[in-house]
Ligand binder design. Structure first.
Ligand SMILES: [Zn+2]
Length: 391
């Protein structure tokens, strides 16, 4: 039995045994168990790589990761024992919200697009409701609980069940439905940017990088500074095919502390032979992506030169040292809006299908389709790194 008696309020009502998602064992000290037994798992490696010097931040990020794994294991366990007698399901700590997050995770739910990877699983889902029923009868039969405690528990379970029943279809199933429909739709409609448009916008970006770069070096004004920031952000989105938010919110210290030689193997593997040979002409730094993944950013020489000018200008523009963004705004503590930066450049170009030219559209644009050359001699620097982050 996993659930323990609740004698007073200080005792946690959920037992601290968790099911391990890797070996299916029930363990008491979850993180220690992970480090001892599953060092090779991707998630455990990620856990060990979280090394923020800020201890609270480190704890928070590590906790976030173990919570996710805990949920995953408990969910698998609960699902497998739901119909077995004599075994209890593990109550979820933060109930509904946690459960939904966990289910979404299981289904490969993508918060940005609303897509799910596995389109057939939600049909199985009502079995989770039967777990609630089991908990319910156990509560009633539990002789160590007072009537008031029982009522309280029953009420909680009722709430949870209602909430879950009312929402799971909407939260999970409808997304699976949408994903299925979308998959069929995209067979006909290709929502990709036009190659020609990419060339036009890259040419404009190079022009503007030259002009704006010169302008800022001649005179440090808010306008010159922000113009150069915007075009550089747009360039990174175009070249590296990254989420606009991830780029606009990249932090200064990731750039300053980058190690040039450390190009991750996963990135190298995605580069063509030509690109690898040209690697010393490129620069790279990594920013944390959505979820914990690191996102490598490749920079051309021009971009690096301009970013240096941007950083040097901070002092003159009295941008506070506490502003952690690499592309800090001159008059605000908020970051740039990456999508808007790209739009500003688009407005200056004549494009065939500008609506496809978004960070998301670009990420889906297959790298092989777009050996983008901008007409400059530098034939290496504008090769795309491909889908380096696997997103
Ligand atoms: Zn294990």
């Amino acid at each position: 039995m996993l659930s323990e008696k609740v004698n007073n309020k200080k005792v946690r009502s959920w037992n601290r045994k968790n099911a391990c998602c890797f070996c299916k064992q029930l363990v008491t000290n979850f993180s220690t168990h992970l480090l001892r037994n599953h060092k090779d798992e991707h998630e455990v490696l990620l856990y060990m790589s979280i090394n923020d010097s800020d201890l609270r931040e480190r704890k928070r990020r590590r906790q976030e990761l173990t919570d996710e794994l805990r949920n995953r294991g408990n969910y698998l366990y609960n699902n497998s024992v739901a119909n077995e007698e004599g075994k209890n399901i593990i109550p979820n700590r933060r109930d509904y919200e946690n459960l939904i997050t966990c289910i979404k995770e299981m289904y490969g739910f993508n918060n940005e697009t609303g897509n799910v990877d596995i389109t057939s699983s939600p049909a199985r889902f009502p079995s989770l409701l039967s777990c609630v029923d089991i908990l319910y009868s156990q509560t009633i039969l539990n002789i160590s609980l007072t009537t008031a405690q029982k009522d309280h528990k029953k009420k909680k379970l009722d709430e949870f069940k209602l909430l879950f029943a009312a929402n799971w279809q909407w939260e999970i199933s409808s997304n699976a439905e949408k994903a299925r429909k979308k998959k069929n739709m995209t067979k006909d409609i290709i929502l990709l940017p036009v190659d020609e448009d990419i060339k036009v916008i890259m040419k404009k970006i190079h022009e503007l990088e030259e002009t704006y770069g010169e302008n800022l070096k001649t005179e440090v004004t808010v306008l010159n500074y922000e113009n150069l920031c915007e075009v550089t952000i747009a360039h990174i989105i175009m070249l590296d095919r990254k989420r606009s938010g991830d780029v606009a919110e990249a932090e200064l210290h990731y750039y300053i502390n980058r190690k040039n030689a450390d190009i991750p193997l996963s990135v190298l593997k995605c580069l063509t032979l030509e690109q690898r040979q040209a690697i010393d002409k490129l620069d790279i730094f990594q920013i944390p992506g959505k979820r914990i993944r690191a996102v490598p950013i490749l920079l051309t020489q021009k971009m690096r030169e301009n970013i240096n000018a941007i950083i040097i200008s901070r002092e003159k523009l009295k941008i506070p040292k506490t502003n952690r963004y690499l592309f800090a705004r001159a008059l605000s503590e908020e970051p740039f809006d990456g999508g808007k930066c790209l739009n500003r450049i688009k407005e200056k170009c004549t494009l065939k299908k500008p609506e496809m030219l978004t960070a998301t559209g670009l990420r889906h644009h297959i790298a092989t389709m777009s050996q983008v050359h901008s007409g400059r001699n530098d034939r290496y620097t504008e090769h795309l790194p491909g889908r380096v982050s696997g997103s």
